[in-house]
Design a protein around this ligand. Structure first.
Ligand SMILES: [Zn+2]
Length: 202
C-alpha cells in the first residue's frame, strides 16, 4: 500500500483509537449462591469478593421488576406474557410510536446489568427472546424483530434490573429515531392477549 493511499484514513483511526485503560483489568463477578449475594448496590459479598460492578441502584432500591414478578402488580399495568423457570417475559408499558407491543425479557433473580448477569442465564434469556420474537411474528404480522439491551445511565438503562427489549419491527418504522411514551391500558391488554395466544408451544 502506498503512503498516499493511507493518508487521511490512518489519521482518522489514530484520532479515534482505543482509549487509555485507566482502571486495570476488570474483576468478574463471582456469582455466588442467592444466599451469598448482597443487596443490590453493594460491591462485596460475604467473603469480601467484589461481585457487583458498575452498579447504579441505591442501597434502598425498590426494584419494580422484582415487584412485578413476585406480585403481578406495579405502578403501571403488568402483563406477564410467559413464565419460564428462570425468566419471565412482560409487556413493556412504554411503547415506541410505530412499534406497539414491545416486550421485556427479565431474569427472575435480580441482577442489575450485563456485567453482573451469570452466563448460565444466557441460554434461558435467549430461549425466551426467541419465543417472544416468534409470538410477535404470529400475533402482529410484523416485518421483523429487534432486540436492545441497555447498561448504566450512559447506556440508556433506567430500571436497575437486567432486561432485554424485544421490539416488533415494520418497514420504515424509525425505531431508533423515535421516543417512547406510556401505552394506553386497553391497548396493552389487547396486545398481551394476542401475544399469549400466539406463544410457541412445545
Ligand atoms: Zn429486581
Amino acid at each position: 500500500m502506498s503512503t498516499s493511499s493511507r493518508g487521511p484514513g490512518v489519521t482518522h483511526r489514530r484520532t479515534l483509537g482505543p482509549p487509555e485503560i485507566t482502571g486495570g483489568r476488570p474483576t468478574l463477578p463471582s456469582w455466588g449462591t442467592a444466599a451469598e449475594r448482597p443487596l443490590p448496590g453493594r460491591s462485596e459479598d460475604t467473603r469480601g469478593r467484589i461481585i457487583y460492578v458498575y452498579n447504579h441502584a441505591p442501597p434502598d432500591y425498590q426494584c419494580p421488576f422484582c415487584r412485578n414478578i413476585a406480585t403481578g402488580r406495579g405502578d403501571f399495568p403488568v402483563h406477564i406474557l410467559a413464565r419460564y423457570p428462570e425468566v419471565v417475559v412482560k409487556l413493556n408499558p412504554r411503547w415506541w410510536p410505530a412499534n406497539p407491543g414491545g416486550a421485556l425479557v427479565v431474569p427472575i433473580e435480580h441482577y442489575e446489568n450485563l456485567y453482573d448477569l451469570p452466563p448460565r442465564l444466557g441460554a434461558p434469556i435467549q430461549e425466551a427472546a426467541r419465543d417472544t420474537a416468534l409470538a410477535m411474528k404470529a400475533a402482529f404480522g410484523c416485518h421483523g424483530v429487534s432486540t436492545r439491551q441497555h447498561n448504566e445511565p450512559a447506556g440508556n438503562q433506567d430500571v436497575w434490573h437486567y432486561h432485554l427489549h424485544v421490539f416488533p419491527r415494520y418497514e420504515g418504522d424509525h425505531l431508533y429515531a423515535s421516543r417512547p411514551s406510556w401505552a394506553e391500558p386497553t391497548e396493552m391488554a389487547l396486545r398481551a392477549h394476542q401475544l399469549r395466544a400466539a406463544w410457541p408451544t412445545r
